[in-house]
Design a protein around this ligand. Structure first.
Ligand code: SF4
Length: 347
C-alpha cells in the first residue's frame, strides 16, 4: 500500500506518465485529494487512471476522522484512524484570528515527558509526510474548507510525537504544505515544537524554512528538567539555548519557549528568576501553561495565583511572557490523553 500524498508533484507526474497517462493529471489528482476527495467520491478524472491507481494499491486519503469531540469553547479534539488501524489525535483551536490545527508527527512518542500522555503507551512509528498533510486536509474538510478556500489558518506541530525525531518526513511535509499551487501555507503560520534535540534544531535552521521554533523547556535548570524530561540527560539547557540562538541568527525568528507550570516542581518565583537569567540574551517569548493533569501521571496543576505570580516575576525581569488560556479542558486537552482513553476502550 502506498500513500499518494507521500509523493511530491514532480514524483507524482513521473508515476502518472509511467502508468501511460498525461502529466497534467498529477495536479488534477492532487487538487481533488486536497479537496478531501477519495475513491468513493465523484472525482473529475478519467476512470482509467483511477482504476490504475486503485490496482496499484495507492491510497488517496491516508487518514479519516474516527471521532470528533467538540468543547464548550468550540475547540475540537479529533481522533483520526490511519490506514493500518493506528490512532492519532489532533486539536482544532478556534481563535478570533483564525483556526489553528495542532498536528501529530508520530504514533506515540519516544520522549516520555512526565507531564504528557503521548509517551505513556510508548512509541509505535513515524508518520509519513502524507499522513501529516492528511491531517490538514481532513480537518479543513471538516470545517467546510477546500483547496482554494482553506479554513485552517495556522499549523502547530505540537501533537503527539517529537517532530524533529521524524526529520525527513517533516522536511517533505514542509515542502508540500508551503507549495504555492497547493495549500500555500506561509512559514509564518507554521510552528514546530521540540523538546530540545540540539543537532536537529541546527539542521532545521539550515533547511531554510524559517518557521517559528517552539522549545518545550519546562524547567529553569538541568536538575529539574531531568526529573520531568528524560531527553535532558542527552542535552543540557545551555546547549539548547545555544542552538536556539543559532536558529534565531539564521532565520531572524523570535523563539517561543513553552513552560508548563507544575505545582511544587518548577513554579516558584525563584524558578522564574532562574528562567529569566537563562533567557536574558535570547530573543524569545515565553508561553506559560498551567499543567493539564494526565491520567496515569502524578504531577499536579498549580493554583492560578501562583501562575500569575510566576508571570509577573518574568515580566518584571523584562522577559516577554504570557499565561496561555487553556482551550479544550473539558475534552481531554492534554496531548495524547484522548487517544490513551480510546486505546483502553479498544483493549
Ligand atoms: S511532550 Fe512532546 S516530546 Fe514529550 S512525550 Fe509528549 S509528545 Fe513526546
Amino acid at each position: 500500500m502506498k500513500i499518494l500524498l507521500d509523493y511530491s508533484l514532480q514524483e507524482l507526474e513521473e508515476i502518472i506518465v509511467s502508468l501511460g497517462e498525461q502529466k497534467f493529471r498529477a495536479k488534477q489528482l492532487l487538487d481533488a485529494i486536497y479537496n478531501g476527495k477519495d475513491y468513493s467520491d465523484k472525482i473529475n478524472i478519467n476512470k482509467s487512471l483511477i482504476d490504475k491507481l486503485q490496482d496499484s494499491q495507492i491510497v488517496l486519503q491516508p487518514i479519516n476522522i474516527y471521532k470528533a469531540k467538540v468543547s464548550k469553547d468550540d475547540s475540537v479534539k479529533f481522533l483520526y484512524k490511519l490506514n493500518d488501524g493506528n490512532i492519532i489525535e489532533g486539536v482544532l483551536l478556534r481563535y478570533a484570528f483564525g483556526n489553528t490545527l495542532c498536528i501529530s508527527t508520530q504514533v506515540g512518542c519516544k520522549m516520555n515527558c512526565a507531564f504528557c500522555a503521548s509517551g505513556l503507551n510508548g512509541f509505535v512509528r513515524n508518520l509519513s509526510a502524507g499522513e501529516i498533510i492528511g491531517q490538514v486536509i481532513t480537518a479543513n474538510k471538516y470545517l467546510g474548507g477546500t483547496l482554494k478556500d482553506r479554513k485552517i489558518t495556522n499549523l502547530v506541530l505540537m501533537g503527539s510525537g517529537e517532530p524533529l525525531d521524524n526529520f525527513e518526513n517533516l522536511a517533505k511535509f514542509l515542502s508540500q504544505i508551503t507549495n504555492e499551487s497547493l495549500f500555500n501555507f506561509s512559514v509564518r503560520n507554521i510552528t514546530i515544537s521540540t523538546c530540545g534535540l540540539v543537532p536537529k534544531i541546527e539542521k532545521l535552521a539550515d533547511l531554510g524554512y524559517n518557521v517559528t521554533l517552539s522549545i518545550s523547556l519546562h524547567a529553569p535548570n538541568d536538575t529539574i528538567r531531568k526529573q520531568i524530561m528524560p531527553i535532558a540527560k542527552s542535552y543540557p539547557i545551555s546547549a539548547i539555548i545555544e542552538a536556539a540562538k543559532y536558529y534565531n541568527l539564521v532565520t531572524s525568528r523570535r523563539i517561543t519557549i513553552e513552560y508548563i507550570l507544575i505545582d511544587g516542581v518548577n513554579n516558584t518565583p525563584n524558578h522564574a528568576k532562574q528562567l529569566a537569567e537563562l533567557l536574558k540574551d535570547l530573543p524569545c517569548h515565553v508561553n506559560l501553561i498551567k499543567l493539564n493533569e494526565v491520567d496515569g501521571r502524578s504531577l499536579k496543576t498549580p493554583t492560578i495565583g501562583s501562575c500569575k505570580q510566576f508571570l509577573n516575576t518574568l515580566l518584571n525581569l523584562q522577559i516577554s511572557a504570557t499565561l496561555r488560556r487553556s482551550l479544550g479542558d473539558d475534552i481531554e486537552g492534554a496531548c495524547g490523553q484522548l487517544r490513551n482513553r480510546e486505546l483502553k476502550n479498544i483493549k
